[in-house]
Design a protein around this ligand. Structure first.
Ligand SMILES: Cc1cc2nc3c(=O)[nH]c(=O)nc-3n(C[C@H](O)[C@H](O)[C@H](O)COP(=O)(O)OP(=O)(O)OC[C@H]3O[C@@H](n4cnc5c(N)ncnc54)[C@H](O)[C@@H]3O)c2cc1C
Length: 425
């Protein structure tokens, strides 16, 4: 009999083999829920760590160490009796039931779960990918931090006072938290970290195409986020479309060129271009189209979960909660299929949304129209994000580094620094 539980029991050598591609929220939730199912499982990821994306902006702004948001995949697989294979998904042969990896490797599966997440979308905007910095991976966050610190370092030795203009493109939750945190870095930490640079020399601009920030939230919370950013000295420009990005500017729809030394791209996501070679049906934004039970359209042994999946009639938001719930659902359906039972449809249980703007400022929207902003929302946001991190060492180091950040920056507490960014060709 196939069962679901927390701890995996050793599967029989001839038990059906589940291959899960992607060690993010959705992939790990799938494996956790497979638990005592008795199925063999292999996790594939291109990295040897799982990234906690919601705190990447803290790495990018010198508040957290990169290791705080990265959990070693083998710590997870060892604990759950799962095999790990590092590799990048290159294709799926549905007839032979194999996945091929970019390094030439091949893995057979009885059930396959695609949980690869998405990456930054540039919507064909000229220079967007080349001249802006995304914030989707740990490498992105380190690169943004290093470029930011190098620019401030350069300003601190310049013979004439120079200025640094940072443009954040996109007024969703990521854009708002990046702009808010950059403003705090300038307003609070700069004086001690770079005493030669005056805060007036650093400008932070947030550009949003739509008429409001953080669109999924209620109007009262959107307005709150706007006021909080303005209070922190962020130049918020709503209804502004970026037409082109150059090495030192962003050009908006009416042709006006706005100087920008550092452009951060937080304007949207889509499936990576490589997904076109996987041989699976793609929908809006290149995401893999799934049916009501989360099986890929036209496939009876392949599931897609998390950000990469899109249900045709009822798309779930691209957030951690849907990814976790979808991962657990896919695991349950695989166990049902392996036991000869029919699948069940997925239903998303909305537990609410939250976003942070900066110290003592966040917005929370829960079911039943419960909405609040301010310090309480910020504390709830902080607590949830620390609890959600994988591994006690990461929780402890994040708690320590964030406490250090929020309690000492104003009194000269140091930023976390890196090296000069490598020269770019
Ligand atoms: C900066 C930022 C802040 C965010 N903040 C929040 C927040 O506050 N709250 C919230 O709910 N959500 C937030 N999100 C969204 C949330 O992180 C995603 O919805 C969630 O990570 C999706 O989980 P996933 O498992 O689908 O994908 P991911 O977590 O992206 O995991 C995908 C995994 O697949 C691997 N992978 C990718 N391609 C391949 C390949 N070809 N082969 C092998 N492995 C591959 C990756 O290395 C990664 O480990 C944020 C996202 C970002 C980028």
């Amino acid at each position: 009999m196939v069962r679901i539980g927390r701890r995996r029991r050793a599967p029989a050598p001839d038990a059906p083999h589940v291959v899960v591609v992607g060690a993010g929220f959705a992939g790990l939730a799938t494996l956790r829920a497979l638990g005592r199912s008795g199925l063999r499982a292999t996790l594939v990821d291109r990295n040897i760590y799982s990234t906690f994306q919601p705190l990447l902006y803290q790495v990018a702004t010198g508040g957290l160490n990169p290791g705080d948001v990265a959990y070693p995949v083998r710590s997870f697989t060892g604990k759950h009796g799962v095999r790990f294979r590092r590799g990048e998904l290159a294709g799926v042969d549905t007839a032979a039931r194999t996945v091929s990896l970019a390094d030439g490797g091949r893995l057979g599966y009885d059930y396959l779960v695609i949980a690869t997440g998405v990456s930054a979308a540039y919507f064909g905007i000229e220079g967007g990918e080349k001249y802006s910095r995304a914030l989707y991976t740990r490498r992105d966050a380190i690169s943004l931090r290093d470029h930011l610190m190098a620019a401030l370092e350069e300003m601190s030795i310049a013979s004439e006072p120079a200025e640094l203009v940072i443009t954040v493109v996109g007024g969703g939750a990521t854009g708002v938290e990046v702009a808010g945190t950059l403003a705090e870095l300038r307003n609070i930490a700069l004086a001690a970290a770079f005493p030669e640079v005056h805060r007036a020399q650093v400008q932070i601009r947030l550009v949003e195409l739509g008429p409001a920030l953080i669109p999924p939230f209620d109007t009262s919370l959107r307005d709150y986020a706007y006021r909080q950013l303005e209070k922190r000295g962020v130049d918020v420009r709503l209804g502004t479309t970026i037409r082109e990005v150059t090495p030192d500017s962003v050009i908006v729809a009416d042709g006006q060129s706005l100087h920008s030394d550092l452009t951060v791209w937080a304007a949207g996501v889509s499936a990576p271009a490589a997904a076109a070679h996987w041989g699976l049906p793609q929908g809006r934004g290149g995401r893999i189209v799934v049916g009501p039970d989360l099986r890929v359209k036209g496939q009876d042994r392949i599931f897609a979960v998390g950000d990469i999946a899109i249900a045709e009639n009822d798309p779930a938001p691209q957030l951690a909660q849907p990814a976790l719930q979808e991962g657990r659902h896919a695991a349950r359906q695989i166990t049902r299929l392996a036991a000869g039972q029919p699948t069940e449809p997925f239903r998303y249980h909305d537990k609410g949304i939250m976003a942070t703007i900066g110290r003592r400022s966040a917005v929370v929207e829960l079911p039943h129209r419960i909405r609040f902003g301010g310090t309480l929302a910020w504390l709830a946001w902080l607590a949830l994000h620390i609890v959600e991190l994988l591994g006690n060492r990461n929780r402890f180091s994040t708690l320590l580094n964030l406490s250090w950040r929020y309690l000492t920056w104003a009194r000269g507490g140091g930023l976390i620094v890196g090296d000069d960014p490598p020269e770019e060709g």
